[in-house]
Design a protein around this ligand. Structure first.
Ligand code: NAD
Length: 438
């Protein structure tokens, strides 16, 4: 099939590369000429394992990138994979997505860069971006406004994406489920044909959910809200365990054996961050409120998450006065395997240390540069050992494997106080060690 993917970020580039690899003819569109040049050059503007291999294999052949919307009228399917960030109040900002939808519509009307459509043509535009149920109407409106007289030939569908940064290609190729939100059998069949080679390649029986566009996008929010809440509930229970001197991991390992609960996402600690959970939970809470419903449990999940960094700092206060002292923050990324620091728990931890007048030294194997944009004035060490050298305390914020093997590095600390927010450091003699929930 001929596919256009509008937006070439984490999701759009992964989608374009995987669809080309599955045998489709793909045009990737982005407003950023650097992103376009990189893809045509056979590599991605973002770091994702396996993505450059696919791009270098297919760029110039089944895959090309452009800043223009010219390929839209000839595409069998056009995807919109544009960012949907938060407004100040947490609600979803649909500005970039509706602008892209309108330009897509214009291309189909023949008013934009496109060559125009023939009257019997029917076009399918599929939203890959994460949007709220009321957002579906807003995107459809923008698309149809752009299409003008051609609007009745342009159909909107939704196909939410569940991939994770750091494992995007693998997640896209091996999904737990595929969700089609369509308004017609024609659109469903078109998406089924598009996905057929991908599903056939998985060796697994991937469940395909066929539903309407609003239900499909709600599945994505319910999914992320559930995962974020599962961690927050583990943290809430973990905080109770800590009060009673109980190891929350021993408790939750046993709890996870209940197959109604499952073993994943029960690791308590300093909380969730990143570009998706906070934004998506905030967006669905704001949309719920707008519709007159108070989402009490999701509000509590956010409140528990927001409180975890402060709990870590309180544990530090119980063991050390860090004013004027050197304090190491080990891990700056929101999770291991990425340089993404958006909503990283390291941010409130560093702010809390600065409030206590500590001299902060941060270390992360890949995320120091991104953190420097937010905190240009703290010290950045080249290794965890260098960060610990002379420090009066250390706080572990990201569970990078290398932190588990630090061993003798703690001996170089001025005062070996370690507050572990991720359960990666082993308790050992000579170390004043506090686990956040154990
Ligand atoms: P991103 O910010 O990495 O990429 C968006 C891209 O769109 C950018 O390259 C930008 O230049 C481009 N763009 C903006 N306006 C444009 C326009 N008018 N025309 C063409 N290109 C335009 O975003 P992302 O992380 O890929 O996320 C996209 C959507 O997918 C969001 O709704 C997000 O919530 C959702 N999502 C993201 C992930 C993830 O892990 N990143 C996972 C699942 C779903």
């Amino acid at each position: 099939m001929r596919v256009t993917v509008v937006g070439s970020g984490y999701v759009g580039t992964t989608l374009a590369a995987c669809l080309a690899d599955a045998g489709h003819d793909v045009t990737a569109v982005d407003i950023d000429p650097d992103v376009v040049a990189a893809i045509n050059d056979g590599h991605a503007a973002i770091h994702e394992p396996g993505l450059d291999d696919l791009l270098s294999e297919h760029a110039g052949d089944r895959l090309r990138a452009t800043t223009e919307y010219e390929s839209v009228p000839d595409a069998d399917v056009t995807f919109l994979a544009i960012g949907t960030p938060s407004n100040e109040d947490g609600s979803i900002d649909l500005g970039a997505l509706t602008a892209a939808a309108e330009m897509t519509g214009e291309a189909l009307a023949g008013e934009g860069n496109g060559s125009g459509a023939t009257p019997d043509d029917r076009h399918l535009v599929v939203v890959k971006s994460t949007i709220t149920p009321p957002g579906v109407g807003a995107v459809r409106e923008a698309l149809h406004a752009g299409a003008g007289d051609a609007a009745d030939r342009v159909e909107l569908a939704t196909n939410p994406e569940f991939l994770r940064e750091g494992t995007a290609v693998d997640d896209f190729r091996h999904p737990d489920k595929i969700v089609f939100g369509t308004e017609s059998e024609w659109a469903t069949e078109r998406l089924e044909t598009l996905y057929e080679p991908l599903v056939a390649a998985t060796d697994a029986d991937v469940p395909v959910i066929r539903t309407d566009p609003e239900t499909a996008v709600m599945i994505k929010y319910a999914n992320n809200a559930f995962l974020a809440s599962k961690i927050s509930l583990s943290n809430d229970l973990g905080n109770i365990c800590k009060r009673f001197g109980i190891d929350a991991y021993e408790v939750m390992d046993a709890v996870g054996l209940d197959d109604r609960i499952g073993a994943k996402f029960l690791r308590s600690g300093v909380g969730w961050g990143g570009s998706c959970f906070p934004k998506d939970v905030d967006a669905i809470r704001a949309a719920a409120r707008e519709a007159g419903y108070e989402p009490a449990l999701l509000d509590a999940a956010v409140a528990v998450n927001d409180g975890q960094p402060e709990r870590m700092l309180e544990l530090l206060d119980a063991h050390a006065d860090v004013a004027g002292g050197r304090v190491a923050v080990l891990g700056l990324a929101f999770k291991p395997g990425t340089d993404d620091v958006r909503n990283s728990r390291a941010i409130p931890i560093i702010e809390g240390l600065q409030d206590r007048s500590a001299d902060v030294v941060g270390y992360d194997p890949v995320a120091a540069e991104n953190t420097r944009e937010r905190f240009p004035d703290i010290e950045y060490a080249d290794s965890a050992a260098a960060a610990l050298d002379g420090a009066s305390a250390a706080l572990v914020v990201t569970d990078w494997d290398e932190f588990a093997a630090l061993d003798d590095a703690f001996d170089a600390m001025a005062d070996p106080v370690v507050i572990d927010g991720r359960r990666v450091i082993e308790r050992r003699a000579g170390l004043t060690y506090e686990g956040l929930t154990w």
